[in-house]
Design a protein around this ligand. Structure first.
Ligand SMILES: Cc1cc2nc3c(=O)[nH]c(=O)nc-3n(C[C@H](O)[C@H](O)[C@H](O)COP(=O)(O)O)c2cc1C
Length: 356
């Protein structure tokens, strides 16, 4: 139960609930995309445009959503995407979101711009697989401290986001006046005292001169497996592989960075073709249904990151809401596995889908 009543039974209703609960500026921050929001909309349309091709009859009496990535068996392919400022969405913040993800046996990825430290999340959320998302800051000493704090807190992978050298303009968010207090963002805490800052001022701490060599050396020094997040082309994926990545995330930042880049679902197959034999390829952007998850697996993804729906769950019910939204997706994935005649998630292949 949340303050606003029992948790809704579907993801679209959770989105509606979040829209009722969240302050208008926080809602604009969560929902908005960049510029004309063409990529934001294209992400959704592209999953919808992929058709599933069922293979029935088949023995689907027992289904298995398990997969493996980064050298580990996982009970299912869902990963909670890194998203900044989660205490603005719900007082439980990142710790609650991580607890909810762990309860749903999903990987939780903590943002550099989180409102809790890695150590706080581990202390509050207990065991559960966690990855740390890194924005490489201009202050390289601070960057190293953040990475080693995450490694010490038991985080298992370093996800370096490369599609945000500078923040894109997000009109909805700007119009809403969404702002933060630097004190709330431990990664920047002693940067500007307790000042009120805009997201742009916050992301000004990010190093816009980052190169592949920097990515490689930061990852090597961390001792953690490197996941490069925010690429859309085979060329970029090959460079990630050459610079030590164990995995890539095909992502356009949920339509929040460069507008008019391809939808994630469109970009995925060529990246899988280029590096899928050697690297794990994850995808995010517009995953809203279990059928979307199955389509991603069929197109070669090892796992999928879920963004805004996790925040809808967090808004609606804190940790319980996050667990709920991930379990809704898993329930739908189970149905999709049955109804498509593909009972083993790890056996989903391109023959299961028709691309436009
Ligand atoms: C509110 C919000 C904050 C985000 N913050 C970050 C971040 O701090 N680091 C990052 O790598 N990606 C960030 N992202 C992008 C997500 O990790 C992910 O790529 C995207 O949300 C996936 O699209 P979806 O929301 O359609 O599922 C953010 C996304 C949202 C919606």
């Amino acid at each position: 139960m949340s303050a606003a009543g029992p948790l809704p039974a579907t993801i679209p209703e959770l989105a509606e609930r979040a829209a009722e609960i969240l302050e208008p500026d926080v809602l604009a921050y969560v929902e908005g995309g960049s510029a004309d929001e063409l990529t934001l909309r294209a992400n959704l349309a592209a999953w919808a445009a992929v058709a599933l091709l069922p293979r029935l009859p088949a023995d689907v009496a027992v289904r298995d959503p398990s997969v493996s990535f980064l050298g580990r068996e996982r009970p299912h392919p869902l990963i909670a995407a890194p998203m900044a400022y989660q205490r603005r969405v719900h007082p439980e913040g990142e710790a609650g979101a991580a607890r909810g993800a762990a309860a749903a046996r999903a990987v939780y990825c903590l943002s550099t711009l989180a409102t809790s430290t890695a150590a706080e999340v581990t202390a509050a959320a207990g065991p559960g697989p966690r990855w740390f998302q890194l924005y490489v800051l201009r202050d390289r000493g601070r960057t190293r401290d953040l990475v080693s704090a995450a490694a010490e807190a038991g985080f298992e992978a370093l996800v370096i986001t490369v599609d945000l050298p500078v923040l894109a303009t997000r009109d909805r968010e700007l119009r809403s006046g969404f702002a933060l207090i630097t004190e709330d963002i431990p990664a920047l805490r002693d940067r500007a005292g307790g000042d009120v800052v805009t997201p742009r001022q916050t992301t000004d701490h990010i190093d816009a001169s980052l190169t592949w060599e920097d990515v490689a050396s930061i990852a090597a020094a961390s001792g953690l497996p490197l996941v490069v997040k925010g690429l859309l082309t085979p060329e970029a994926a090959r460079l990630a592989a050459e610079h030590g990545a164990a995995a890539v995330v095909v992502s356009n930042h949920g339509g929040r960075q460069l507008d008019t880049v391809p939808a994630a679902a469109e970009a995925l197959p060529a990246v899988v073709e280029a590096v899928g034999d050697h690297l794990d390829v994850f995808v995010d952007g517009g995953i809203r249904r279990g059928t979307d998850v199955l389509k991603a697996l069929a197109l070669g993804a090892s796992g999928v990151m879920v963004g805004r729906p996790v925040l809808w769950g967090l808004a609606a019910g804190g940790a319980a809401g996050v667990q709920h939204v991930l379990e809704l997706l898993l329930g739908e994935l189970d149905l999709a596995l049955a109804l498509s005649g593909c009972p083993q998630a790890r056996e989903a292949d391109p023959g299961l889908v028709r691309r436009p």
